[in-house]
Design a protein around this ligand. Sequence first.
Ligand SMILES: [Zn+2]
Length: 772
Amino acid sequence: MRSNILAFALGIGILQVQERLPAGVVVAGLLLAVPPLFWFARRGFLAARAMPALACALLGFCWATLLAEHRLQDQLPGEWEGRDVQVVGVVAALPHAFERGERFEFVVEAVETPGAELPRRILLSWYHGGLEDEWRERLAIRPAERWRFTVRLKRPHGNANPHGFDYEAWLFERALRATGYVRPRAVAQRVDDFVVRPGYAIERLRDRIRRSFAEVLGEAPYLGVLTALAVGDQQAIPAEQWRLFRQTGVVHLMSISGLHVTMVAALFAGLVGWSWRCSERLMLFLPAPKAAIAAGWLAALAYSLLAGFAVPTQRTLYMLSVVALALWSGRNLGASRSLLLALLLVLLLDPWAVLAPGFWLSFAAVGLLFFVGTARLGAARGWRTALASWGATQWAVTVGTLPLLLLLFQQFSLVSPLANALAIPLVSFVVTPLALLFVVCPWPPLLHFDHWLLSGLLGFLEWLAGWPVWEQPAPPPAATLLAVFGVIWLLLPRGFPARWLGLCLLLPAVFWPAERPEPGDAWVDVLDVGQGLAVVVRTREHTLLYDTGPLYSAESDAGQRIIVPYLRAHGVKRIDTLIVTHRDKDHSGGIVAVEEAVPIGSRLSSVPELQPERCVDGQTWQWDSVRFVILHPAADDYERHAAKTNNMSCVLQIQTVSGSVLLTSDIEARDEQALLARGTPRLPSDVLLVPHHGSGTSSTPEFIAAVGAREVIIPVGYRNRFQHPRADVVDRYAGSRVWRTDRDGAVRLRLAGGGLSLSSYRMQYRRYWHGR
Ligand SMILES: [Zn+2]
């Protein structure tokens, strides 16, 4: 049975890495092959053992295909992108406030614009301010309300960067098949106060709980954390607290609800089991272990509903259900078998679970708890045993999730065991239960006490955060797999010979060296930061960052979301030169996050506050036989154009024996003319970063001709509001191969071995849900 379930999971996994879904004929063909395989197996033919597993893999593959096909059919037709549509529907989940408005999931019930077709579930933003003309009276919005809106939508689109977050996959898993915003100065009308459906009622309850927390705690600093722990609203936690959690390795406590649900279930099971044993009457009615199992399962169900029944909590609940059922029925399924059954159930209902890091993390955590044998209910008696089993749990969870954390986040906090040793029990067994207790009995001092405890913990974490964090490049899959085996070996039961050898298998993953160019070569990566710019240039020993991408909102910017994870995954521990070309927010938005994450050698900029050194035409330096030349602005531009930021953009040329690149940031027509006037012979380059995102104010024909690039790259956001790049500007580059970050994702340029090669991230990593 076990190998068949694993084969089924493998079949699903294989589908989820496909570039496109297989045709119906192929699926039908594969399904037809299943009965003969079972028949062969029964007849004891050749490799009879392997036949059922193969059949199960085929079944998994076909099952996932059918569900994926069904979900893809629910889509926004291309011709309805960016057009006004009037809809009626229900606010289906807890809205999340951001700096300038609110974001919420919306279930479309009726489309009132003739001819329009919309997917069933969409993600809407409602801006309350920001631009002057967008401002409107703030209307409170609550879950389970029916609204009529005029909306403007686009298909799911996310930035595509190596080791980046696949936002399109995230939306796809949640069946959110379009994103968009409520149009200002158009219909926005509350049709119903409350739409009666169990799912909506729970959302309304969560909303009420969140409000009551806010009423009691007001402006308290850790309100967000308590809200996240009680009702799973993680977006309420401010960015700097996330950073603290990351630095100390306790993120999983706030974001992976899997472990939490498990812990709360275990706590309730333990409490009920213990109190049950005190009463003979109850014991006669139902044996204590059974009562404990029932209580644990009910607690898990209630808590996952309260936590929004988000995808990760659903998965954990299914997993716990199987475990509970196995324990209840008294059938000794064994740990591995019940875990695998849980895996089967999760994947049958939700084959996209295999895509989610959180799923594997929580599965690994629960699996490890089983593996070290601490998950046996009521087994620990006496404080000594309890303490020992707690120590074993710590050890297992910390060591066991190490390879996954390294693969997924490329960092592992050295103080994490210490932080977790206090944080896991405190958060799981005290802070979260107290917050949940407040939900049942809303007595304010309870919540104040809870907040006080939490601030103590966070003070401790802040102290720990000063300690070093182990960071490293992302290990290749083979090294990670080896590390997983190493961990299993390490955690084998006592008495197993040479367990320490497991540690050796961890070494390749931990010490895998970062790749760097050869001397004389340069690697240039134009990241996909949406509407904005960030380029990472690496030579043998040096790294340069050219612009830091846009600021998305008060809480989020390209530095923290894209650039820092990118640098970390590629083992870049220091930026030798940071160039912030000019002041605009789409180029300088990520600077703070970058400065906080990596040490920076020198800086060049045209922005007065950022420069120890101005960028000026004529500056030049050499790194590892690669030449860097600044071509713009000229020294006297600082007097003449200082107020016009685009005209002050630092222009950088990178020259190697294999070819050259010209990075132009946001220069405009008159700067192009100035560059031509100051010296045409310097301009020719093999690759050109198109000026000002392909706007109509740049890319004059003479400039394009003087550069004569074979390859051009346009850094641009998908369906951005400036409508960059202009079609006629793109036409001017007809003689070159055109790359666009909105269509191609991050563009990778290698000046190496006497030639240049370009590739795009979307070309290299393509999945069937992308762009659909
Ligand atoms: Zn710009």
